[in-house]
Design a protein around this ligand. Structure first.
Ligand code: ATP
Length: 813
C-alpha cells in the first residue's frame, strides 16, 4: 500500500481519535460533576448514582477502545463508505453523523460476511492495523469477479492476511478479542437472533470461547436492558476465567459476572478435594431426588409418642398430633423452613391445650365444679408455677373461681393467659429441643453435612444408589467441593430461606448499598480536597482555572474507580444473591458440566436465554457429556438450536493431523476442524527411560524456551506426576509456574490436562501420555485436549514405547 494512501487514511483515523478525546473529556467532566454533587432527597441520590454509573461506563468504553479504535473500512458499490471500529462515534453536527460504526451495528455486518460471491453491496473491504494511534498497515480485498476466482482457494476466509497475522502472533497468557478478524461462521453465531438455548459445537481452536464472549458483548450492545440483569459467563476453573477475564472489559462491557459452577453459591468456597468417582455420583440427576428425600426425612414422623420435658413435668405428643401438624404445615406452597413456622404453631397449640387442660383439671373437679381446696393431690408444683407464670392470680389458686362472676363460670385461662402459656412453652428448652428434632430449621449446608456424615441418613435418602456408591459419598464435615455446589443449590430450593438467612441477606444488601454510597462520597471528598488545595496554592492575581475531575484524578483513574462502582451494581448484587436471574448465561467448556450443574444453571436463567459452547470430543470430566441432546432434552426439550464451527484458528495443520488420528478413535462421526495455516514444523515425539523423564523433560523445556522468543509455553503432565515433573522443570527454568492456580503470564507453566482446558500456548510439551491415557476412563479425550493446545510447536516425551495414539508422530532423538 502506498505511503500516500496510508497518510490519507491516517488523517481520518487521527480525526477519530480527536473526536473520542473530546467525548471522553465531556464524559469525565460530567462524571466529576455528578461526583461533586452532595445531599438531596433519596430520589436525587439515586439519580446521581445512576448518572455516575452512566458516565463512568462511558469513560470506560472510550478507554477500552483506545487500541485499534478503527480497524476497517467498507467501500460500498453505491459510492458510500463506512469505517468500522470498536465503538460507534458520531460527529458534533446536529444530525450526529456517524464517523465510526460499532462492530456490532447492523451496518458493520458486511465487514465480516461479504465475499466476492455475496458482496452485500461492498466493493472493497479494507483492514486497518494501528499501533499507538498510528496506522502501520492497510490490507485491501476487492470483492469483484476476479476475486471470485481467488476466493475458491481461500476457503471463504475473510481478510485472510490480517487473520493470519492475528493467529500467528505470540501468545501472552491472556486471551485477546478478535473483533478485527471475526470470520463469517463466527459472526453468524455472535449475531444469532435465536432467543432460547444456542449450542455451539466445534473442535479445538475453532474460536468457541472467543465467539461466546463476543456474543455476550453483542447482546449487551443490542439489548441494553440486559445490563440490568447482567450476563453470566461460566468457565471450568479460576485459571481459565483469569485467562479470558480481559476480553469483555476490553470490549467496554462490564456488566458481566465470570464464575465457575463451584462459585455460584454465595458464602461457599468450594475448595475441598474429592475423588472423581464421588464427584461423578454427585453430578447425577438422581441426586435431586436424594436431596429431596433428605429434606423429607427431616420431616418424618417420630414413630411413636414423643415425651417432652417441661419444667418438672413431662408433656406428651402423640404421633397423630405430629401427623396433623405436619399435614397442615405442608398443605400450602411453602418450603421446609417456612413450613416449620406453621408446624411449630400447630405443635404449640397442642402443647398449650395439654398444659391448659392439666391446669384446669387440677383446679376444677371431674364434673367441672371448682375444687374445694383440699387439693386432691393433683396440683403439682410445676402446675402452680406454670399457672403463676401464665399470670393466673395466686390468690385464685385453691379459691373459688366463680367468686366474682355473678354465678357465670369464669374461664380459668383466658386468651391472654393462653398466649402467655404458649410463649412460656416455646421458650422451654425441652420443647425447643423437641421441635428442633421433629422439624429442624435447616440450611443447605447443614442438610448436606448431616446427610454425608451419617450412613443411616444416606441409606434412607439414597436407596437407589449401591452400598459402594453411598460409601463414596460418606465423609466428615469440613468444607465443600465444586460438585457439592449444585447439591447445595438444590437443597436451598427445597428448604427456602430461614429467618436468619433472610435477615443476613437484607443486611448484606444494605451493606452493599451503604458501601457504594460511601465510595461515591469518598470520591467526591477527594475532589473537594484537591480543588481546595489547588485553589489555595494559587498566587494572588493568578487566574484561577476551572478544575475538572479529569484535571484532578485523570480520566483513567476516575474510570477505574467508577468501574468498581458499576461492577458492583450488577456483579456484587448477583454474587450475593443465590436466586439472581441473569439476562443471559454463557457456558464455556459446557461438555464438562454434570446434570446437577445444568439444573443449577437453568435456575440462574429462567428465560433460558443461553449460549452453550463446547466440544463433546474434549469431555474429560466423568460427570460430563458426550451428547448435547442427552443433556439438554430433559431441561429444555427440543427448544435448542445447534450451530457448528469448523475452522481451527489455533492449531496448525501438522499438529491437527496428529490429533485427528486420536479423534477418529474417540468418535468416527466427529470431523476434525480444518486448520487455517501450516507451520512446516511437524510435531515430534521422544522416547525416554522411565527414570530419566523428569530430567530430559526439564532439558527439553529449557531448550524450547530459549527458541520461543516472547511467546509462552506449557508442559502438560499427568495429574499424579504434577509435583514431581513441575519441580524438575522449575530447576531448569526458574520461575516456571505451577500449582492450584498458576500464573499463565509466566513464560513456562506446568499444567494438568484439566488445568490446560480452554488455554493455548505457542509451544507445548506433553509428558508421559500413557499415564494421561490411563488416569481416567476419559483418558483419550484428555490426550486429545493436550495435543490441541499449541499454536506453533508440539513435542511428546514418552517413557518406554509410545502409546499408539502418538506413535505416528515424528520420532526424534
Ligand atoms: N476470527 C479469528 N481471528 C483471529 N483469531 C481467532 C479467530 N477465531 C479464533 N481465533 C483464535 O483462535 C484461538 C482459539 O480460540 P478459542 O480459544 O476461542 O477456541 P475454542 O474453540 O474455545 O478452543 P478449545 O475448544 O480448545 O477451548 C484463540 O487464540 C482465538 O483468539
Amino acid at each position: 500500500m502506498s505511503n500516500s494512501e496510508i497518510e490519507r487514511e491516517q488523517e481520518y483515523v487521527s480525526t477519530l481519535y480527536r473526536r473520542v478525546d473530546e467525548l471522553r473529556e465531556q464524559a469525565s467532566e460530567r462524571l466529576a460533576g455528578a461526583l461533586r454533587e452532595n445531599g438531596g432527597t433519596r430520589q436525587a441520590r439515586l439519580e446521581r448514582e445512576a448518572a455516575v454509573a452512566r458516565y463512568a461506563d462511558r469513560v470506560a468504553r472510550f478507554d477500552a477502545a483506545e487500541n485499534g479504535l478503527c480497524f476497517g473500512r467498507l467501500d460500498l458499490c453505491d459510492g458510500g463508505r463506512h469505517y468500522i471500529g470498536r465503538i460507534g462515534v458520531f460527529d458534533d453536527s446536529d444530525d450526529g453523523d456517524p464517523l465510526l460504526i460499532d462492530w456490532r451495528a447492523p451496518a458493520a455486518r458486511p465487514f465480516y460476511v461479504a465475499t466476492a460471491a455475496a458482496p452485500e453491496g461492498v466493493r472493497r473491504r479494507r483492514h486497518i492495523t494501528t499501533r499507538d494511534r498510528r496506522i502501520v498497515n492497510l490490507d485491501d480485498e476487492v470483492l469483484d469477479s476476479e476475486a471470485l476466482n481467488d476466493d475458491a482457494g481461500k476457503e471463504g476466509l475473510i481478510g485472510e492476511a490480517a487473520l493470519l497475522v492475528a493467529v500467528n502472533a505470540g501468545r501472552t497468557g491472556r486471551m485477546r478479542d478478535i473483533v478485527e478478524t471475526l470470520q463469517a461462521e463466527q459472526d453468524e453465531i455472535i449475531r444469532s437472533g435465536h432467543r432460547g438455548v444456542l449450542v455451539v459445537q466445534g473442535g479445538p481452536g475453532t474460536g468457541k470461547t472467543a465467539v461466546a464472549l463476543h456474543r455476550a458483548a453483542y447482546l449487551l450492545y443490542t439489548h441494553r436492558h440486559l445490563t440490568e440483569r447482567g450476563v453470566l459467563v461460566v468457565g471450568p476453573n479460576a485459571t481459565f476465567l483469569r485467562y479470558i477475564g480481559q476480553v469483555l472489559p476490553g470490549l467496554g462491557e462490564t456488566n458481566v459476572v465470570l464464575s465457575t459452577v463451584g462459585g455460584l453459591f454465595p458464602g461457599v468456597l468450594a475448595r475441598r478435594a474429592e475423588p472423581p468417582a464421588t464427584a461423578e455420583i454427585k453430578g447425577r440427576a438422581v441426586m435431586a431426588e436424594v436431596v429431596a428425600a433428605a429434606v423429607r426425612d427431616r420431616q418424618a414422623a417420630p414413630g411413636g409418642p414423643v415425651e417432652i420435658p417441661y419444667g418438672d413435668e413431662t408433656l406428651r405428643l402423640e404421633e397423630e398430633d405430629y401427623r396433623r401438624a405436619a399435614e397442615t404445615a405442608l398443605s400450602g406452597p411453602v418450603l421446609h423452613n417456612q413450613a416449620r413456622r406453621i408446624f411449630v404453631r400447630e405443635i404449640l397449640d397442642v402443647l398449650t391445650r395439654q398444659v391448659a387442660e392439666r391446669l384446669e383439671s387440677v383446679v376444677l373437679d371431674d364434673s367441672g365444679e371448682p375444687l374445694d381446696g383440699d387439693g386432691r393431690g393433683t396440683l403439682g408444683a410445676a402446675d402452680v408455677k406454670a399457672l403463676l407464670a401464665a399470670g393466673y392470680p395466686e390468690e385464685l389458686l385453691g379459691t373459688d373461681p366463680f367468686a366474682d362472676t355473678a354465678g357465670e363460670p369464669r374461664p380459668l385461662l383466658d386468651e391472654a393467659d393462653l398466649g402467655e402459656l404458649r410463649r412460656e412453652l416455646a421458650a422451654g428448652p425441652g420443647v425447643r429441643a423437641a421441635l428442633n428434632e421433629l422439624w429442624p430449621t435447616l440450611t443447605p449446608q447443614r442438610l448436606l453435612e448431616d446427610l454425608f456424615a451419617d450412613p443411616r441418613r444416606l441409606a434412607s435418602a439414597a436407596p437407589g444408589l449401591t452400598e459402594a456408591e453411598r460409601g463414596l459419598l460418606l465423609r466428615e464435615p469440613g468444607g465443600w467441593t465444586p460438585a457439592d455446589v449444585p447439591l447445595l443449590d438444590e437443597a436451598a430450593e427445597l428448604l427456602g430461606e430461614d429467618d436468619r438467612e433472610a435477615t443476613a441477606q437484607a443486611a448484606a444488601r444494605a451493606r452493599a448499598a451503604a458501601e457504594r454510597r460511601e465510595e461515591i462520597a469518598y470520591a467526591r471528598g477527594v475532589l473537594d480536597i484537591s480543588v481546595g488545595s489547588r485553589s489555595s496554592d494559587l498566587e494572588e492575581g493568578e487566574e484561577s482555572e476551572i478544575l475538572t475531575a479529569a484535571d484532578l484524578l485523570g480520566a483513567e483513574e476516575l474510570a477505574e474507580r467508577q468501574e468498581v462502582v458499576t461492577h458492583r451494581t450488577v456483579a456484587e448484587r448477583a454474587a450475593a444473591d443465590r436466586a439472581w436471574a441473569f439476562g443471559h448465561v454463557i457456558v464455556d467448556e459446557a461438555q464438562e458440566l454434570s446434570e446437577m450443574a445444568w439444573r443449577l444453571l437453568m435456575r440462574r436463567c429462567p428465560t433460558r436465554s443461553m449460549t452453550i459452547v463446547g466440544d463433546v470430543a474434549q469431555t474429560g470430566d466423568a460427570a460430563g457429556t458426550s451428547s448435547w441432546s442427552r443433556v439438554l432434552r430433559p431441561l429444555v426439550g427440543d427448544r435448542w438450536r445447534l450451530a457448528q464451527l469448523t475452522v481451527n484458528y489455533r492449531t496448525p495443520t501438522e499438529i491437527m493431523a496428529a490429533a485427528a488420528d486420536l479423534l477418529a478413535t474417540l468418535d468416527p462421526a466427529l470431523e476434525p476442524p480444518r486448520s487455517v495455516r501450516e507451520t512446516g514444523v511437524p510435531p515430534w515425539r521422544l522416547t525416554t527411560g522411565p527414570a530419566d523423564l523428569p530430567q530430559i523433560l526439564a532439558e527439553r523445556t529449557a531448550r524450547e524456551t530459549a527458541s520461543l522468543g516472547e511467546g509462552r509455553m506449557a508442559v502438560i503432565v499427568p495429574d499424579a506426576r504434577l509435583t514431581e515433573l513441575a519441580a524438575a522443570v522449575a530447576t531448569a527454568v526458574p520461575g516456571a509456574a505451577y500449582g492450584a492456580d498458576p500464573d499463565l503470564e509466566r513464560r513456562v507453566v506446568v499444567l494438568t490436562v484439566r488445568q490446560a482446558k480452554g488455554l493455548e500456548f505457542d509451544s507445548v510439551l506433553i509428558a508421559d501420555p500413557a499415564a494421561i491415557l490411563a488416569a481416567s476412563p476419559r483418558g483419550r479425550n484428555d490426550l486429545y485436549v493436550a495435543l490441541t493446545r499449541a499454536t506453533q510447536r508440539l513435542g511428546v516425551l514418552h517413557p518406554g514405547p509410545p502409546p499408539v495414539e502418538v506413535a505416528r508422530m515424528t520420532p526424534t532423538a
